[in-house]
Design a protein around this ligand. Structure first.
Ligand code: HEM
Length: 443
């Protein structure tokens, strides 16, 4: 008989209820979420309210002014004098403007180039490793850091710094909230490390902006005439014209915005920092967990290895996305209510959630809801992508999702292509929310 989570929950003392929920979300999310969906899909705990059904989660995430990201504000530089980062804004002019500008900058036509950067970096690291590697630090974090340098343009800095800055920003924003129940010491340590990392990042971005601005405004112009002449000759000889070296930071600086667009140099800098913070740690978590998922399931591993060997990557891509349903980077996204809101009106689960409540939208549960997917408990690669929450949903959906959709499967693929790939240690989370160490070996 399956475990009765709700009976245990109801019998627990008030102060033990949410810690129980937190533990189940971490250690046995799927059976716990299944019982919630079937018996108590809106779970009101003393700490926060959980939504478990696809339709309620979709509803909530589509109302950013009511289900707000206010909990991001103190983590993302929002103060009385600074607007901070776009992610901490709900459906306002700044979010609307900067998200769309940045979507244009991350031109989706670049994706084949991004995938090649990832493939080359992955092959180089694994080739040099010569049969064994601690994969989290040397690969899962390192490959996206290389992408951040080569494609986003945050170069001229030791990659270990980029990795550390992303780590503490992600930790403080997503895993240092009231419902994480961190001890006072832990909470303070994360706040301090985040403050230190943010200061270093801001200082670095300031120098980067000046350096890149000099390149695009002076060097580019000085060489513009020479380049025209060289390209004329190349065209005559039917050779591809040479282009200025491009990356996203340079692309932002080369673009001209009318004053009324309100996208200043300072905003370019803030958005450059956001590209780094968003990319390294989530990619690392996803890649490490998916590799572990396959290595622990021999039948799927054989299928994934065969798919990795194909030149056409559609199959391995689909397998990786399906795997992430089981091991997402987080089982939920959180929001804070700006006003009272009655969810699921007219149903027997109708619940009024008061203003100020923190809500966990259990997006992993939504991806196992039969409303969303047929045979949700089975591993299938032909799922409807529109019901996948791994990159968020609605107005806050992930800015980097098309980069991630190429980067994560390619990184997994390159590892699975190694002969007799296997783990030689358990995955170690180092008492934190992200994979911290995982030893792999191959022939
Ligand atoms: C590749 C580089 C990445 C960049 C530059 C990036 C950047 C961002 C940004 C800026 C947002 C906020 C968008 C908004 O508020 O409108 C966001 C949201 C999100 N990203 Fe990414 N991200 C990246 C990779 C990833 C990866 C690999 C994952 C997970 C597999 C991920 C998962 C998410 C999720 C779940 C959200 C929604 C958060 C929410 O709604 O509260 N991202 N990302």
């Amino acid at each position: 008989m399956s475990k009765d989570y709700l009976a245990e929950y109801d019998a627990a003392a008030e102060g033990d209820k949410y810690p129980l929920v937190q533990n189940w979300m971490k250690t046995e999310p799927l059976p716990f979420f299944k019982q919630l969906r079937e018996q108590r899909s809106v779970l009101v705990t003393p700490e926060c309210t959980l939504l478990a059904l696809f339709v309620d989660i979709r509803d909530a995430l589509q109302m950013p002014k009511i289900f707000t990201v206010d909990l991001y504000k103190p983590k993302m530089g929002v103060t009385d004098t600074s607007p901070g980062y776009l992610m901490a804004h709900d459906d306002d002019p700044l979010h609307y403007r900067e998200k769309s500008i940045m979507q244009g900058m991350l031109n989706r036509d670049d994706i084949p180039r991004v995938r090649k950067i990832i493939k080359d970096a992955a092959q180089e690291i694994l080739g040099k490793a010569d049969g064994d590697i601690e994969i989290v630090n040397n690969y899962c974090r390192m490959v996206p850091a290389i992408m951040v340098q080569e494609y986003f343009g945050l170069d001229g800095i030791n990659r270990k710094n980029l990795i550390r800055w992303s780590f503490w920003n992600q930790y403080n924003t997503f895993h240092n909230q009231p419902f994480n129940l961190n001890s006072k010491e832990k909470y303070d340590e994360i706040i301090n490390e985040h403050a230190k990392a943010s200061k270093e990042l801001v200082d670095y971005i300031a120098v980067l902006m000046v350096r890149k601005l000099l390149t695009v405004k002076i060097k580019d112009r000085l060489f513009a005439m020479a380049r025209k002449v060289i390209n004329l000759v190349r065209i005559i000889f039917k050779k591809k014209p040479i282009e200025f070296k491009d990356d996203i930071v340079k692309r932002m600086l080369r673009s001209t915005f009318a004053e009324q667009v309100d996208f200043s140099l300072a905003r370019i800098g803030t958005n450059a920092g956001g590209l780094l913070i968003g990319s390294v740690e989530p990619t690392s978590t996803a890649v490490a967990q998916v590799i572990q998922f396959f290595l622990e399931r021999p039948e799927l591993l054989a299928e994934a290895k065969a798919a990795s060997a194909q030149e056409d990557t559609d199959k391995i891509d689909a397998m990786v996305w399906e795997a992430l349903r089981y091991v997402p980077i987080s089982p939920y996204m959180f929001r804070q209510l700006s006003q009272d809101y009655t969810i699921a009106k007219g149903t027997d689960r109708e619940t009024t959630i008061p203003a100020g409540t923190n809500v966990l939208t259990l997006t992993q549960s939504a991806m196992f809801d039969p409303y969303c997917y047929q045979d949700p408990d089975e591993f299938k690669t032909d799922r409807n992508w529109y019901h996948n929450f791994n990159y968020g949903f609605a107005s806050h959906d992930c800015l980097g999702k098309y980069v991630g959709m190429a980067m994560i499967p390619e990184m997994v693929r390159q590892v699975l292509l190694r002969t007799d790939i296997h783990a030689t240690s358990a995955m170690d989370y180092k008492d934190g929310p992200f994979p911290g160490e995982y030893q792999l070996a191959w022939k």
